[in-house]
Design a protein around this ligand. Structure first.
Ligand code: MRU
Length: 361
């Protein structure tokens, strides 16, 4: 249906697509996203602690990117055990897997990728450890390539919902930095590559400013018409009639269509419903967790109060003793959602019925 090679080339002409890379000599290299937008620096991940901290500190972030990174990390870490017997190899593999899995709880893509690597090892336990490690490399590359293909399809389906001149509000960062080629912000890049004009309003996304530091950076660099707003300005731009749709990412979609995404997403969806603006979440089908019945079963990551009080300021912006509540994600009720855009197409309500169908096909 789509000419994916063409889509891929178009995306590569406008997007930064080397946020995770396995070098020819098997080094895992990422763009350190904490330093963006002021410093573009690559970082090599050398051991388990590096990999764990990279996820925890958001040097690598965004649900699909964390999954891709975890696949490569499991491969690179397993190279240290290539001379071990299977028992010892697998014991260390399990330890690495469990430690990485404990780094962040909300995005399902992390455990999805780790379980996929684990299954590969168990399916091949009769083979030589070196052979298993070769297979792990192939699997990690496959996870990455599949994500590229999924992103290209998501960008095509997402763009089919927009027309020239539309204004779209987006939250957090779900562009190529958060994935391979982009989900929620991918269609804006594809539109640019095709000479279409989409006006993007990017929420700054407090407290970690992924919208300001990453989304406006990625879109500005690509020449997309992007306007940065504070999170509390979403209502006024909607009221002004500047927004025709909201495109947001997702970290876990439950079987009934409730979905977790960056804190503030549910507020955007509530406002959009008030103004009659459609809300779409865009993500690969690996983000759908059919074992999770609804949003109440999604574990929400709580982060350090310092991110609110100190992180971006020269002086603290609240007293040390002031309590903070800092959830990294919230859950948007499926009733506020117009559609879920995946690589398999656009899923509309009733989500409990239609999500099931996607996995039956
Ligand atoms: O805490 P982050 O920066 O990893 O949160 C990222 C988001 O919430 C994204 O919107 C989501 O992971 C989708 S990324 C394609």
């Amino acid at each position: 249906m789509f000419d994916l090679e063409k889509t891929k080339k178009e995306m590569e002409s406008v997007a930064i697509v080397d946020n995770i890379r396995l070098t020819d000599d098997d080094k895992l290299v990422i763009i350190d996203q904490v330093k963006l937008p002021n410093i573009m620096e690559h970082k090599t991940i050398s051991d388990l602690e590096d990999a764990y901290q990279a996820i925890k500190k958001l040097e690598i972030r965004g649900a699909p990117a964390i999954g891709i990174f975890a696949g490569y990390a499991m491969y690179v870490l397993s190279l240290k055990d290539e001379d071990k017997d299977f028992e010892t190899f697998y014991q260390n593999f399990k330890h690495n897997k469990e430690y990485l899995n404990s780094s962040r709880p909300t995005a399902v893509n992390l455990s999805w990728a780790l379980n996929r690597m684990d299954k590969l090892v168990l399916d091949n336990e009769d083979k030589d450890v070196k052979e298993i490690i070769d297979l792990l490399k192939k699997e990690a590359i496959a996870i990455h390539n599949e994500d590229i293909e999924m992103c290209c399809r998501i960008c095509e389906y997402g763009l089919s919902l927009l027309k020239d001149g539309d204004g779209v509000l987006t939250h957090c960062n779900a562009g190529p930095l958060a994935t391979s080629y982009g989900t929620a912000q991918g269609p804006f890049l594809l539109a640019k590559a095709r000479g279409m004009n989409i006006r993007v309003f990017a929420d700054e996304t407090r407290p970690l400013l992924q919208g300001a530091r990453l989304t406006s950076f990625e879109l500005e660099k690509a020449g997309v018409d992007v306007t940065l707003i504070c999170d509390n300005m979403a209502s006024i731009v909607m009221k002004n009639g500047w927004i025709q749709a909201c495109f947001v990412g997702c970290d876990r979609i439950a079987a009934n269509g409730d979905f977790a995404n960056k804190i503030g997403t549910s507020g955007v969806a509530i406002l959009a419903n008030h103004y009659g603006i459609p809300v779409y979440t865009l993500g690969p089908s690996s983000t759908i967790d059919m074992n999770c019945p609804d949003g109440d079963h999604i574990k929400i990551e709580l982060r350090d109060p310092e991110e609110i009080k100190n992180m971006w300021y020269e002086k603290p912006m609240a007293l040390k003793e002031t309590k903070c509540y800092n959830p990294a994600f919230d859950v948007t009720d499926h009733e506020l959602l117009t559609g879920i855009v995946t690589e398999k197409g656009i899923i509309y309500p009733p989500f409990d019925v239609n999500l099931k169908k996607v996995f039956e096909e």
